[in-house]
Write a protein that binds this ligand. Structure first.
Ligand code: PEP
Ligand code: MN
Length: 361
């Protein structure tokens, strides 16, 4: 039988709500902190699920590794107090058993667990027969197959309600983000799992407070189903991830100021206008493909010439001058340097492949 929350909302009502907003501290620290966070979050009226880390996978030993099982009754109490269903991270069979024993409503698999098929399988086996929704974070490395593999393992264990969390990917060295969002990977994951909920985790992507809104808005613009954002009653004093947490009240303001994009299914005018623009895009894409095809034909001619005269394919000077020209032109056309670089890299590679075929035929 499905658990019924206060106000007679069932877990599936909450699971199917859009946008789904999950918030709460990175870590449960004390009973008072959990209960006060829950109460203040509930008071904003903007949050659907309370989150907290009970066991914390830390990069280096010696940092706070979570309060452990004793934090589970705190979550139960927070739920009784506020009516908010509760979510925690699980990484081992024992953690799954404890979480289910204490009636935790939603479980999530963390990024450091998704990378390891042994761990995911252990969690999946422990979940067998349970009727609990599971969210699966992307692995820390940008590997879509690992993420899909984790979804498959959990699905094979009989879990019906599976959702995805996009929390960014780690990279070497300092970047603007704590974990690079690599939006294209999340978009591809969405494409490969149509109908599966995907929410965004701006907290672990940003690693700081000031970029949270930008990332959250971008996710909503990309049609994500919701957000999971960390909040703390005294963010600077949080025992983990202090820099990225916000107060429950700030969280409420942030959610309140996001521009929610909805498809206005009722308006025929809107559909007609959009359809027209989409046709234009299709048209332009066709033309671009035609032109790219022509460009490759020219490259093949160059390949033939190089073959006849025994010249190397790659001529670095020529390549640099192509790029310089493209950057200058691109800037005037509003195309970013990043895009120009990626685009010309791809075109150049294809061109080399065409020349290669000619030279070795
Ligand atoms: C967390 O949600 O606090 C957490 C540990 O996240 P991740 O698994 O994305 O690092
Ligand atoms: Mn965290």
């Amino acid at each position: 039988m499905e658990q019924t929350l206060e106000h007679s909302k069932t877990i599936s009502d909450v699971w199917n709500k859009r946008p789904l907003i999950i918030s709460g501290p990175c870590s449960a620290e004390t009973e008072e902190q959990v209960l006060e966070t829950a109460t203040r979050l509930a008071a904003t009226g903007k949050v659907d699920v309370l989150r907290a880390g009970i066991w914390k996978p830390r990069t280096r030993p010696g940092s706070f590794e979570g309060v452990g099982t004793k934090g589970l009754p705190w979550m139960q109490k927070a739920k009784e107090l506020t009516g908010l269903p509760v979510a925690i991270e699980v990484a081992t069979a024992k953690q799954v058993e404890d979480a289910l024993h204490f009636g935790i409503d939603i479980l999530w698999i963390g990024a450091r667990t998704t990378v390891n098929p042994f761990s995911v399988q252990e969690v999946a086996d422990a979940l067998r027969g349970a009727d609990v929704p599971v969210l699966i974070k992307n692995p820390i490395n940008p590997d879509l197959e690992l993420w899909i593999g984790a979804v498959e393992r959990v699905a094979k264990a009989g879990i019906k309600n599976i959702g995805l969390i996009h929390r960014g990917f780690s990279s070497y060295g300092n970047t603007e983000y704590r974990n690079a969002p690599m939006w294209h990977l999340a978009i591809e994951m969405k494409r490969r799992n149509p109908g599966m909920m995907i929410i965004n985790d701006p907290s672990h992507i940003c690693g700081n407070r000031h970029m949270l809104m930008d990332v959250a808005q971008k996710a909503i613009d990309l049609d994500f189903d919701g957000l999971i954002i960390e909040s703390h009653i005294d963010p600077d004093k949080a025992w983990s991830d202090a820099k990225q947490q916000v107060t429950p009240e700030r969280l409420g303001e942030m959610i309140g100021s996001i521009r929610w994009r909805t498809e206005d299914v009722a308006s025929e005018e809107y559909h007609a206008a959009l359809e027209k623009l989409r046709q234009q895009i299709n048209h332009l894409d066709d033309e671009l493909m035609q032109i790219l095809g022509q460009r490759m034909k020219v490259a093949e001619k160059i390949g033939q010439y190089k073959k006849d005269n025994n010249i190397t394919i790659l001529q670095t000077n020529r390549w640099n001058s192509i790029l310089e020209r493209a950057f200058a032109k691109g800037e005037k056309l509003g195309l970013s340097k990043e895009f120009i670089t990626k685009y010309f890299d791809a075109v150049h590679m294809e061109s080399i492949n065409h020349q290669n075929k000619v030279m070795n035929s």
